[in-house]
Design a protein around this ligand. Structure first.
Ligand code: NDP
Ligand code: A1CAB
Length: 270
């Protein structure tokens, strides 16, 4: 039987995952049942894809075999309470809400419900997401595989123990924001040197993408790849020294640590 996939919350992340899966052509749009509190978000999707736009979160829960919940963390309890009675025992609930633990979800929908906590990121929109998955004990290996297969349509996945989700949030969930800041800064530097802004963004974005690809495809250590760029007595090593003097790496580590701390706070650990 065809799997029915529900989405509750069609904002940045819900749409990124949903559109990413549809774009990968692995699952037809007609298998998706979606709802957002703002009807225009469903209508916008419907204009482009043959998804079923439902009238409520309850209706999505009734239909779906796997239901993604992609509302903000402060809205998730309302959604879970609303759908709790509609969920079948076999329904797999997938939450992408940052800082919301499996225990917090179980406390609302029941300890015998199948739950997978996922930490995705917005590059899902272009099939380049990095997602972590953490199942509760009710989820079978086959069910985990089925959800992982969906997320593999939109990028790379790793199964993680829940205590590591804070790190996955800092490096994966929040990471794109830091990377975009880096791209902006790289481009600003080039503009300062006289390049047009349009060209500077193209050079900066392609350079970041190419560098990431080079590391993933060669499996080489980032330090080795950095060394390959730095000619002795050459140009790049001058820039490397500037970044080190400006504590670039410590600043990035601090940013990830700040996200980890906030994630722990949302989870009630701090
Ligand atoms: N954005 C990102 O990069 C990432 C986000 N996440 C997580 O994804 C989740 C969603 O984030 P994001 O997409 O950015 O948020 P958005 O605000 O963009 O999207 C959430 C959508 O759900 C709607 N909504 C609120 N309440 C309900 C409800 N009861 N039923 C149906 N829809 C509802 C929201 O409306 P309204 O705006 O009125 O609330 C909004 O349209 C969050 O929990 C976040 O932690 C995880 C990783 C990365
Ligand atoms: O900023 C946030 O809270 C969400 C979670 C990770 C990325 N965006």
């Amino acid at each position: 039987m065809e799997q029915r996939i529900g989405f509750i919350g069609l904002g940045n992340m819900g749409c990124a995952i949903l559109q990413g899966i549809i774009a990968s052509q692995s699952v037809p749009a007609s298998q998706f049942y979606v709802y957002d509190i703002h009807p225009e978000n469903g209508e916008k999707l419907k204009a482009n894809y043959e998804v079923y736009v439902m009238e409520s979160a309850k209706e999505v829960a009734k239909e779906a075999d796997i239901v993604f919940i992609a509302v903000k963390p402060n809205n998730i309890n309302d959604v879970l309470s609303e759908i709790q009675k509609e969920l079948k025992k076999s329904t797999v609930v997938v939450s992408v809400a940052a800082g919301i633990t499996i225990k917090m979800i179980e406390a609302v929908i029941g300890y015998d419900q199948k739950i997978i906590r996922v930490m995705p990121n917005t590059p899902a929109l272009v099939n380049s997401a990095m997602c972590s998955l953490t199942p509760n004990t009710e989820v079978t290996p086959e069910e985990l595989l089925a959800v992982r297969a969906l997320l593999n349509c939109i990028g790379l996945t790793e199964v993680l123990p829940e205590y590591q989700v804070h790190s996955a949030t800092g490096v994966g969930g929040s990471g794109p924001a830091f990377v975009f800041m880096f791209i902006e800064a790289l481009a600003d530097g080039a503009v300062k040197g006289g390049m047009t802004r349009r060209q500077a963004y193209k050079f900066a974005a392609q350079t970041v993408m190419g560098s990431a690809k080079l590391m993933l495809e060669t499996g080489k250590h980032p330090g080795e790849l950095k060394d390959m760029v730095c000619s002795p007595g050459g140009i790049t090593i001058e820039g490397v020294q500037e970044l080190e003097q400006n504590t670039f790496r410590a600043a990035v580590m601090d940013a990830v640590e700040a996200c980890i701390n906030r994630s722990k706070q949302l989870s009630g650990e701090k």
